[in-house]
Design a protein around this ligand. Structure first.
Ligand SMILES: Nc1ncnc2c1ncn2[C@@H]1O[C@H](COP(=O)(O)OP(=O)(O)OP(=O)(O)O)[C@@H](O)[C@H]1O
Length: 463
């Protein structure tokens, strides 16, 4: 293997893992040599080496083997004085953000208040409470965020917000920061991603500035750490996070944490951290429902219409989008932005035809793929049955009817054939499935309870 070969690995990894992760982890590495199946790379810190090994080791080996290089393992040497490390250190004072070749903070970090020290990219100006649309799925999270932002005695610490991708966690955190600043400008509010927390910690170790690090993090009034699941499995960072957390709680300072799942579900998180995170108030942002999506679209469309006076929007478009794109709000926003850009370029009204033409890929991707297993599980839960009942030969009405409902939903919500559906329900014949589908169709017209059950289950499965 040669340096050129490492260059190709870098190029492939950049495409595969994205620019931000590439800059953080791969760019600081240097190729040293490859001998007898061992590829040796130099990393500026052992932490970075270990991290790359754990997270990208397999990808590196795979890319090399596709390139015809048999690599059994990757070894990391740590030479703080390596070319890249020197360049980085020369470009910065200890504790500062190093020059371009070293890892960069991937996301937003903002320190506001009297002695801001951190790299200050701004909070997103659009992420305010005014711009946050409240609906059933997020009303508790919103209320809790408001309460924290209003200041006053710290009643729940930490506030732990969790939910799936693009449901508004970051938006709410920024909104809190804006509001705290507006109410009390001298408050020191620090918002950063967990990845940045780790990055700063690694930098502090590297430049032997743990004192500065601790002082900085212990001097804030409000600390917000976004995407905390990132530190799962990163033992030293967790340890430092734990100490920071305790120090701030002891001083009665507010902490706000976000993650993509509940504390108890984050694998690789130490037990003591998990339990600390559950001390305060844990609230989740539920997946959006139709009404919330429509509300968000209306609010964003108003802003777009104001910014694009030449563009008009036909009735029914927002409703169609709210119905069809249920993945996350970011995708919804992206779709709207694309439509407005398209309409203003070609000077046409945004109508349903244009939506189909312009968003074909988004609409295809958001077609929800429900599986038969999911259907069986949901239906069993709904009727308080076990999964095994659904698949069993039992013909008692209490079991047979829910089974028919599940077969009906399988026929309507999946593309599976009748024989396949029959097989998945304990090896039944396709004629049984046809009978079940017909029976439920009839009952939906005559039995209000069945109609309601089917509709509720369909909505849950499609949500
Ligand atoms: N209720 C809402 N009202 C208005 N905009 C919203 C709402 N929820 C989400 N958004 C918008 O959706 C986009 C994604 O939200 P955000 O970045 O806060 O998601 P997230 O939950 O932090 O996602 P991730 O897990 O990817 O970090 C943002 O532009 C945000 O403004």
């Amino acid at each position: 293997m040669t340096k050129e070969c490492w260059g190709r690995v870098r190029d492939e990894l950049r495409t595969k893992i994205g620019q931000a992760a590439f800059q953080n982890w791969i760019d600081p590495l240097e190729f040293v040599e490859a001998e007898n199946g061992v590829v040796r790379l130099n990393a500026p810190t052992s932490f970075i080496g270990t991290w790359v090994q754990r997270n990208y080791g397999d990808s590196i080996v795979q890319i090399l083997s596709e390139d015809g290089v048999a690599a059994d393992r990757i070894d990391f040497t740590v030479t703080a004085g390596g070319a890249k490390a020197n360049k980085a250190a020369a470009g910065s004072d200890a504790g500062d953000v190093p020059a371009a070749s070293a890892p960069k903070p991937a996301a937003r970090a903002t320190m506001r208040g009297a002695q801001g020290e951190l790299p200050t990219s701004q909070l997103d100006a659009r992420f305010t409470f005014d711009n946050f649309v409240v609906g059933k799925p997020n009303e508790l999270a919103h209320a809790a965020a408001r309460r924290v932002a209003e200041g006053g005695p710290v009643t729940f610490n930490p506030l732990f917000l969790y939910g799936g991708v693009g449901l508004g966690k970051t938006h709410l955190m920024h909104a809190i920061a804006w509001e705290v600043q507006a109410r009390k400008s001298e408050s020191r509010v620090l918002y950063l991603s967990a990845e940045q927390f780790m990055y700063r910690f690694v930098q502090a170790l590297r430049f032997k500035d743990m004192h500065g690090f601790k002082e900085l993090f212990r001097s804030v009034d409000v600390l917000m750490v976004d995407d905390v699941q990132f530190i799962a499995g990163k033992d030293s960072t967790q340890d430092e996070f734990f100490h920071t957390f305790n120090a701030l709680v002891d001083q009665n300072k507010q902490i706000i944490i976000s993650a993509d799942r509940a504390p108890g579900e984050i694998d690789g998180l130490e037990e003591r951290i998990r339990s600390r995170l559950q001390w305060g108030l844990v609230v989740d942002l539920h997946p959006t429902d139709y009404e919330l999506r429509l509300g968000i679209l209306q609010s964003k469309a108003e802003a777009q219409l104001a910014a694009n006076p030449g563009v008009t929007l036909a009735p029914g478009v927002l409703e169609f989008l709210a119905h069809r794109i249920s993945s996350n709000v970011r995708v919804l926003e992206g779709a709207l932005t694309r439509l407005f850009a398209f309409a203003s370029l070609i000077g046409r009204e945004i109508n349903l035809d244009m939506v189909q033409e312009c968003l074909a890929d988004v609409l295809r991707a958001s077609e929800r793929k429900v599986t038969i297993d999911e259907i069986i599980r949901k239906v069993a839960d709904h009727y308080n049955l076990r999964m095994s009942d659904m698949l069993s030969p039992r013909r008692a009405r209490a079991v047979a009817r829910p089974r028919q409902v599940a077969m009906f939903l399988s026929k309507n919500l999946t593309s599976k054939s009748l024989p396949e559906i029959g097989r998945r329900f304990g090896g039944r014949d396709h004629t049984t499935v046809i009978h079940a589908v017909r029976r439920i169709e009839e009952l939906r017209a005559t039995d209000g309870q069945v109609a309601e059950d089917v509709e509720l289950l369909r909505r849950m499965l499609e949500a």
